[in-house]
Design a protein around this ligand. Sequence first.
Ligand code: SAH
Ligand code: SF4
Ligand code: F3S
Length: 459
Amino acid sequence: MDKGSKTAGGGYVKSYGCQMNVYDSSRIAGLLDGQGHVQVDSPLDAEVIVLNTCHIREKAADKVFSELGQIRQIKQERAELGRPLLIGVAGCVAQAEGAEILRREGAVDFVLGPQAYHRLPEALKRARDGERPLFIDFETNEKFDDLRRPNGEVDRGQLTAFVTIQEGCDKFCSFCVVPYTRGAEVSRAAPDVIAEAERLATSGVKELTLLGQNVNGYSWDGPGGVWTLARLFERLSMVDGIERLRYTTSHPLDMDDDLIAAHRDLPKVMPYLHLPVQSGADRILRAMNRRHTAAEYLTLIEKIRAARPDIALSSDFIVGFPGETDEDFRATMRLVEDVGFAGAFSFKYSRRPGTPGAELDGQVEENVKKVRLAELQALLDAQATMFNAGSVGRSMDVLFEKTGRHAGQIVGRSPYLQSVQVDGPTELIGSVRRCTIVRPGPHSLFGAIEPEQGVEARN
Ligand code: SAH
Ligand code: SF4
Ligand code: F3S
C-alpha cells in the first residue's frame, strides 16, 4: 500500500488473543470510531494503532515486541513526514507487563489493560499531550457499562455476534495467567445482557455466542434471585429473532445440572460444548489445580450425552506440564479415545512467569513436548475427520451466513459449528434451512438444501 496516501486519521486495531480479545478489539475499534478514527485496513494508513495482546503462552506474548519493532519504523517514517502516529498496547500483555513495555519500547504512547478499555479516549488525549498513560486498574463493572453497544451498532448484515457476560477467573489453574490479567470473576447484569440481545436481534443478528473466561460460572444476584447461565439461556430463548445460542469457555466444575438440562430442553441452545479438560492424568490434573479427576470428567460427559445424545464436544489440552510422564500422557490419549471429540485445541505447556506452574520441578523438555503434541494432534485430527464423516447422510439445520467461494454457493454453520456449503440462492443468507450432508471436505461439509421449508428443530 502507498505509504503516502492521505488517510491519516484512521484507526487500526489488531487482535492477538482469544474470542474475548477479538470481541474487545471490536469494542476498541468502536471507541476509536467514536473519536473520529474510522477503521482502516492497514497500519500504514492509521493515525492510531492499538495492539490488543494475549499473554497466555510465551509465543503469543513475544509477538507484541516483534510487532512493535515494525510499527516503530512506521512511526519514525511518519515523524519525518510530520504526520503523527499514536501507538497503544492493550490486552493481557499490557496488564501483565505494561510498565515494562513503556520502559522497553519508547514508541509506545499508551497502555490499556483489559479492564480499562473504556478509558481509551482519555488515554488518547493524554498521549497527545505528551504523557504516556498506563491504565491497568481493575474496573470491570465500569467497563461493562461503558462498552454497551449503542443501538444498532452491528455491521450491516451481521448474523452472529459475541456478547460478553462474564469476565475474569477465580479458578487459578496453576499454568494460567488469566486470573492475573483479567482479575476476579465478575458477571454482567442479566437485564443488560437481555437488552443487548434484544438490540442485536432487532439489528438482524440470529446467533449469539455468550463469552466469558469461565462463562458457565455466570452468576448474577438480581432482584428475582440468582441468575445462572441456565436461567439466562431460558430468558434469551424468548428473544424473537435470536435462533441460536452458544457459549464459551466452560469449566467442568461449573457444568451444573440446570445447564445440562438446558441442552436438553431449550432448542435454541446449540448441541455444541467446548469443555476443556487439559489432561487425562489425575496426578497432572491435581498439579494443574483443575479440581476434578479424569473419571469425574468422563462421568460428566456421560451425563451431558444422556441429556443431549448428539452433542458435539470440544476441549483444550496441554502436553508437557511439569512432571508429566509418558504414563500420564498415555492417560490423556486414553481419555481422548474414550470421549471422542469433534474438535480440540492442544498446546505445549508454556512456562508463564508468576504462575505456580512456572516454579514446579520436573519441567518437561521441549523435544518431548513436541513429540507428545504431534501424537495427540494426530488423534484429535482423526477424531475431527471421523466426526465430519459421520455427518454424511444426516439431515441438519444450517444457518446461512455468506456467499461461498464459487458462484451460486452459500455457506453456513450446522448446529455442531461445522461449516456447510450448498448450492443455493443468496436470498437464503440469514435464514435457517434443513440440509442433507452429502460429503465431507477438508475444512467444511458439502450439503444439499432439502425441498421442505425447515425450521430449527430437534432430530
Ligand atoms: N477458560 C479460558 C481458558 C483460556 S486459555 C477461556 O475462556 O478460554 C485457553 C487454553 O489455553 C486453556 O484451556 C489451556 O489449554 C491453554 N493454556 C493456558 N495456559 C497455558 C500455558 N501456560 N501453556 C500452554 N497452554 C496454556
Ligand atoms: Fe485459566 Fe483455568 Fe481460569 Fe481457564 S479456568 S481461565 S484455564 S485459570
Ligand atoms: Fe490471552 Fe488474555 Fe484471552 S491472556 S487467551 S487474551 S484472556
